[in-house]
Design a binder for this molecule. Structure first.
Ligand SMILES: [Ca+2]
Ligand SMILES: [Ca+2]
Length: 255
C-alpha cells in the first residue's frame, strides 16, 4: 500500500509541477489525502468523510492510537502502567543518546523538564491519586480533555477544539522532536526517524514507509511546527486519513 501511494503521490506532484507553487503544494497534499482515503475503508465505509465533525466520545480508532502510544512510547518499563520510573527512563534515554552528562546544564534542564511533564500529566490523569496512570485513567483523561475542549470552544471560539493539546504534551512533543532530531539541525530526516524508532522496537521498513507518508514523499520538511501538527493529528484526530497517524511508525491500526 505504501509504495502504491508513493507512485500516486509522485505522479500527482509531477502533474502539478508547472503550476503556482503554493497551489501545487495544496493539490499534492489533497491528492495524497485522496489516495490514502481510498486505501482505508472500514466496514465498507470510507472513514475520511467524518472530517470536520467533532465528537466528544473517543472512537475505537482514537482509542487504538492512544493505547499504542501509551504502551510503546510512554510505558518504557513495560509493566502496563505509567509512573515516574517510565519518565526517569525516558530522561535517561535522551541524555545518554545526546551525551549530556550529570552536572551539565542540558542534563539539569532535561531533568526539570521531565519532572514537570510527569507532575502535570499526573495532575490530569491520576484520578485515584495512587502515583500511577493506568490505561483506563489514560483513556479517561483524553475523554475528559475532549469534553473540556468542546466546552471551551463554545466560549472563545478561537482554536478548533480538535487541534488543542494539553500543556504537558506540548512539552513532551518538543522532547520527542529533539529525540528524533539527532543532528540538531531543526528537522527530522528518514534516517533519524528510523534510528530512534528502532530503539522502540519499530521495524526499519515500517519507520521508512511511515516517514515517506507524513513527509509527503520527502517533499515536506519535518521541522518542529510540522511535527507538532502531525502529533495533534495523532492524539486528537478521528480522521483515519490524517498524515499524523503515521508519526509513531505504525502503519495499520486494524490489527
Ligand atoms: Ca511503566
Ligand atoms: Ca492512578
Amino acid at each position: 500500500m505504501c509504495f502504491e501511494f508513493l507512485k500516486i503521490s509522485s505522479t500527482q506532484s509531477a502533474r502539478n509541477s508547472s503550476q503556482n507553487p503554493k497551489r501545487t503544494k495544496m493539490q499534492a497534499v489533497k491528492g495524497f489525502f485522496a489516495s490514502i482515503k481510498s486505501g482505508f475503508v472500514s466496514k465498507g465505509k470510507t472513514m475520511g468523510i467524518i472530517l470536520g465533525i467533532f465528537n466528544p466520545e473517543l472512537s475505537d480508532f482514537q482509542k487504538k492510537k492512544l493505547k499504542h502510544e501509551f504502551h510503546v512510547f510512554f510505558d518504557l518499563n513495560k509493566d502496563g502502567i505509567l509512573e515516574w520510573k517510565d519518565f526517569d527512563l525516558a530522561r535517561t534515554k535522551i541524555c545518554d543518546l545526546s551525551g549530556w552528562k550529570v552536572g551539565t546544564d542540558k542534563f539539569q534542564q532535561t531533568n526539570e523538564l521531565f519532572i514537570t511533564i510527569w507532575r502535570r500529566l499526573q495532575d490530569e490523569g491520576d484520578e485515584n491519586n495512587d502515583g500511577k496512570i493506568s490505561i483506563d485513567e489514560w483513556l479517561q483523561m483524553w475523554q475528559n480533555f475532549n469534553e473540556q475542549c468542546i466546552k471551551q470552544s463554545k466560549k472563545d471560539n478561537e482554536e478548533p477544539p480538535e487541534r488543542k493539546l494539553p500543556e504537558w504534551l506540548e512539552q513532551y512533543i518538543e522532547y520527542k522532536f529533539n529525540l528524533y532530531d539527532r543532528t540538531g539541525d531543526g528537522k527530522v530526516d528518514a534516517e533519524e526517524f528510523e534510528y530512534v524508532l528502532s530503539d522502540f522496537g519499530v521495524p526499519p521498513k515500517d519507520a521508512r514507509c511511515a516517514f515517506l507518508m507524513f513527509s509527503c514523499n520527502n517533499t515536506k520538511k519535518v521541522d518542529l511546527d510540522y511535527f507538532k501538527e502531525l502529533c495533534i493529528d495523532y492524539y486528537r484526530s478521528d480522521d483515519i486519513s490524517a498524515l499524523g497517524n503515521f508519526i509513531t511508525g505504525k502503519l495499520d491500526f486494524n490489527d
